[in-house]
Design a protein around this ligand. Sequence first.
Ligand code: ADP
Ligand code: MG
Length: 350
Amino acid sequence: MNSNQKTKLTEISQLGEFVLISKLTNFNHIKHKSTIKAIGDDAAVIERSNKETVVTTDLMVEGIHFNLMYTPLKHLGYKAVIVNLSDIYAMNAIPKYITVSIAVSNRFSYEALVELYAGIYTACELYNVDLIGGDTSSSEKGMFISITAIGEGEKENIVYRNTAKPNDLVCVSGDLGAAYMGLQVLERETDIFKSTPEIQPDLSDYDYILKRQLKPEARKDIIEILKLNKIVPTSMIDISDGLSSEILHICNQSQVGCEIYEERLPISDETIKMADEINILPTIAAMNGGEDYELLFTLNLKDYDKIKEFKEITVIGHITELNQGINLITKDGTSAPIIAQGWNAMDEHR
Ligand code: ADP
Ligand code: MG
């Protein structure tokens, strides 16, 4: 950054906490009538519906969950919202409100936070969610973002992890492993940049996997398809830590086993290409890569006809009795136990 650009930036301490909050929340746009009071009082007030309330929260820490060397702040704000909405959809519920808490060191300018909030507001508009409050603090070092999402769903439609039954179909939305391969591209290019800054990275071959890493989406569309077709999954979870880890959660909590077919795993061409480049099997990327934010769910067999036409939903296996174990049936027909190798943000970024 040259000194010219630097002079345009506003130090947060120049504004003070209250001016900062009021400037950042100036752009807030409330969509729901049930939001009685959003930002500006000691607490937000929302009108309760006769549905069940679903609440989730996620903390993202600089250096652990994100790297600002290659993550634009606008994308970070967007993603911080998405990861929470994904958890609400994974309960088969609809997100309606979020709160956003941030702590930032004096390394960040007011303009940087405006960028972060631009991403937050973009996600709020696209997913029809109201920002109703938050908290703002300074930190000694780095940035922290914690978002809480609140949603609702009808009691009989809320879907848990512990209710899968033998013979149910195992389904996933979208494709798997792409976000992890996107991360590998970004880390590789960052290393190259650190050693040879004069080389500009050419990232054009990796559009899809980079988008999956930097601008993930939550599968609102899948929840809508399920609802339209009157399908209530027997269990559901979102894929944040990798398919292996999530299917283990479902099976362990439901006290069942499963068979997942390697040849059925939906994997994009770009994911396969990048996996080849870095010498890992695409199946490993699909099973253990994190941050896809797809939905993994189980369905009663009677619902198969209703979903078989949807390209965005793939049947990858079925639930078995507990004593049959949790297995991947590989392409050559052998059965291998699926082990917890979930992609772990902590190991990955340390
Ligand atoms: P209090 O001292 O009661 O915690 P604050 O001064 O922290 O109040 O916050 C004032 C208002 O601004 C509250 O409505 C709070 O929810 C909201 N708010 C504070 N920080 C943020 C933030 N980072 N993003 C969104 N809203 C915020
Ligand atoms: Mg406060």
